[in-house]
Each structure stands twice: as C-alpha cells, then as structure tokens.
Design a protein around this ligand. Structure first.
Ligand code: FPP
Length: 241
C-alpha cells in the first residue's frame, strides 16, 4: 500500500483491544491473548518507526484495569516487566525512544524499575518516541493538571488569565508531544475509554473489527491510507484550506 510520506500523522495513538476475546476464540486463558498482544506491540512499533511516524502512544493499562481479577493484573504486570527487559535492545537497534505516561508511582516496583531503566537507556534515540500509557486515565490526567495549576495560583506564581491551552498542554503527561492526529481502536468497540481526552480534540478516529493480537503491519497501513483520504478541516470550510 502506497503511503504519502508528506501526509503521515505526527502522532498516532492506539487503543489495543481484544486480547481476551482472541484468547477465548482459541479456547485459551486471557493471558495467552495478552502474550500474543505483546508480540503485536513489537511488530507495530517497528513498522511505525520504519514508516517514519515520530510519535506513537499505546494504551497498555488503564486506571480502570486495576479492577480486573488479581491474577490477570499480576500476569499483565509480569508480562510488561519481561517485555521491557527484552525490548530495550530492539529499541536501541531501531533508534526508538521509550516514554511512559500515567500514574507510574502506582505500578509495582519491579515494573517501574524496568520502565525507568528502558526510558533512560533510550532517551537519546530520535526515530519514534513510543509512549506506553500505564495506569493511565484521561480524567485523572486532567484532574492532576487542574490541581497543579490551582496550586500555582494559590502560591501566587500564576494568575488565572495566564492559564492558556498551551499551559494546559505543558502540564499534562504528554508535555512535549504534539496532539493526536489519528486514533485507532481495534476489536470493534467504538469508544474512547478515557484515553488522551485533551489530546484527541481534532484526531481522526479509526475503528477496526480486527482483534489486537491479529492487528498486522498491513492493517496499520490500511488505517494510514484511510487517514490520508480524509479532509482535516479543524473547524474551517473546505474552501478555506
Ligand atoms: C485489551 O484487551 C488489552 C489490554 C487491557 C492490555 C493491553 C496489553 C497488551 C497489548 C500486552 C502487553 C503490553 C505491552 C506494552 C507489552 P482485553 O483484555 O480488554 O480484551 P477483551 O476486550 O477481548 O477482553
């Protein structure tokens, strides 16, 4: 599939959904789906960096996911720390920078340790910045931003009129990352599920029935081709563009 390099999204975000259903279809436990899902993560990260998209954000674990059965949460955390340990080498090879957004302090110490190590080792890489959203919730992000700004006002460091969209952006987890251009969700669900609420204001949305473990580089290219056929008006008329 031919993609126009000039019209690629700068920031692609993905809600990776359907691991559980994929495993069920195979008559296997849910964690089997997460393991296959982690392989898809690896393939998609490589493809995104080869295509030349500078920012990729993946919804790996939401604040709501803590409510899943204890065994599944533990297995996911274990998978994550194994993945991080193994993945650094591949990221280094491909000049990929790892970042993380969310309430990282709530993660188990072992995951946090691997995460910070991987982030530090890849911090000078320049092809694609991959942000893993972990213990992430969009409302929680907006709440912590509001509290931080309110505190600065209370301390006399800021007046309310100085609160601009740019300052809000700078106070979110995604500080130096541009807004989302394209948001993909797999598995047929058409919801945002508390993901990047501020950052998706003008994003194009793309929903596919494919379950995350089956989401392939070809499917990614299909989504990008679809994106390139859309007219992004940002509130203007076609004639003004
Ligand atoms: C959604 O499937 C997926 C998740 C809640 C977690 C995403 C995790 C991975 C893709 C694997 C590990 C991640 C990394 C970065 C290595 P679901 O369980 O909600 O599926 P269902 O809706 O079919 O039940």
């Amino acid at each position: 599939m031919n993609l126009d390099k000039e019209m690629l999204p700068k920031h692609l975000a993905i809600i990776m959904d359907g691991n559980g259903r994929w495993a069920k279809q195979q008559g296997k436990p849910r964690i089997f789906g997460h393991e296959k899902g982690a392989k898809t993560v690896r393939e998609i990260i490589q493809e995104v960096s080869e295509i030349g998209i500078p920012y990729l954000t993946l919804y790996a674990f939401s604040t709501e996911n803590w409510k899943r059965p204890k065994l599944e949460v533990e297995a996911l955390m274990h998978l994550l720390s194994r993945y991080l340990k193994k993945e650094v080498a591949i990221m280094q090879e491909n000049n990929i920078r790892l970042n993380a957004i969310g309430d990282l302090e709530s993660l188990p110490a072992k995951v946090r340790k691997e995460l910070y190590k991987a982030m530090e080792q890849t911090q000078n890489n320049t092809s694609t910045t991959v942000s893993l959203a972990l213990a992430y919730g969009g409302q929680q992000e907006l709440l912590q931003m509001t509290q931080q700004l309110a505190q600065r006002v209370q301390q006399g460091l800021l007046i309310p009129q100085q609160i601009t969209p740019e300052l809000i952006q700078q106070t979110l987890y995604t500080q130096n990352i541009p807004p989302v251009d394209l948001l993909i969700r797999t598995s047929g669900e058409c919801r945002i599920s508390n993901f990047l609420l501020w950052q998706i204001a003008y994003a194009e949305l793309y929903f596919t029935d494919i379950l995350w473990p089956d989401f392939s580089p070809e499917e990614l290219r299909k989504a990008l081709a679809n994106y390139q056929n859309r007219e992004r008006r940002f509130g203007k008329t076609s004639e003004q563009l």
